[in-house]
Design a protein around this ligand. Structure first.
Ligand code: HEM
Length: 156
């Protein structure tokens, strides 16, 4: 059983171009922190992968420029965050992507993120979704998947 598990587990070994290495971890969709919608309705409502890509780009630009949370993003692997976020949102919205990033607890530990930081990030995401012209109901579908992750991201 253990051997079987080892054989099927995909461990992160290679470093994608332009990214920094991270400690090895097991790659699995459950690292995305929530189960995906079973329909691609919400993925389509986000204008598919091109829409998600545009949202992540403007969202991250805004996070980096943000007076409250910008500092937390300095000296982090921006290329990696953008890539894995695009995968995560596609995955959660039923777009059929695989999520290859770390789990939410592991990715945010010892970062000192507080509730105010979490709220600032959500506002930036809402801004980016509005800018892309995402329908309100669809915006809320994504936020509903992300909200419970607060407990794994915020330290108290
Ligand atoms: C539900 C909310 C959030 C989601 C879905 C999310 C998602 C992600 C993802 C996918 C990664 C990359 C994982 C990896 O490298 O394998 C990441 C990393 C990161 N996140 Fe978040 N995040 C959230 C909240 C926050 C908040 C509130 C902050 C700070 C204000 C933040 C700051 C960061 C930083 C700085 C990294 C880079 C960590 C590193 O490279 O070591 N995140 N996040």
């Amino acid at each position: 059983m253990f051997l079987l598990l080892l054989a099927s587990a995909q461990v992160s070994m290679t470093v994608p171009a332009g990214e920094e290495p991270v400690e090895p971890y097991v790659i699995q969709d459950s690292n995305a922190g929530a189960t995906p919608y079973k329909t691609d309705r919400w993925f389509k409502a986000f204008h598919g992968q091109p829409g998600i890509d545009r949202i992540v780009e403007s969202f991250m630009d805004r996070n980096i420029a943000d007076p409250v949370i910008g500092e937390i993003f300095k000296n982090q692997d921006d290329v990696r965050i953008r890539r894995t976020l695009k995968e995560q949102i596609c995955y959660l919205l039923g777009g059929g992507c695989a999520y290859t990033g770390r789990d939410m607890k592991g990715a945010h530990q010892n970062m000192g993120v507080q509730t105010a930081d979490f709220n600032a990030l959500v506002e930036n995401l809402q801004w980016a979704m509005r800018e892309e012209g995402i329908a309100f109901a669809a915006q809320n579908k994504l936020l509903a998947k992300l909200a419970p992750m607060k407990r794994d991201v915020v330290e108290r």
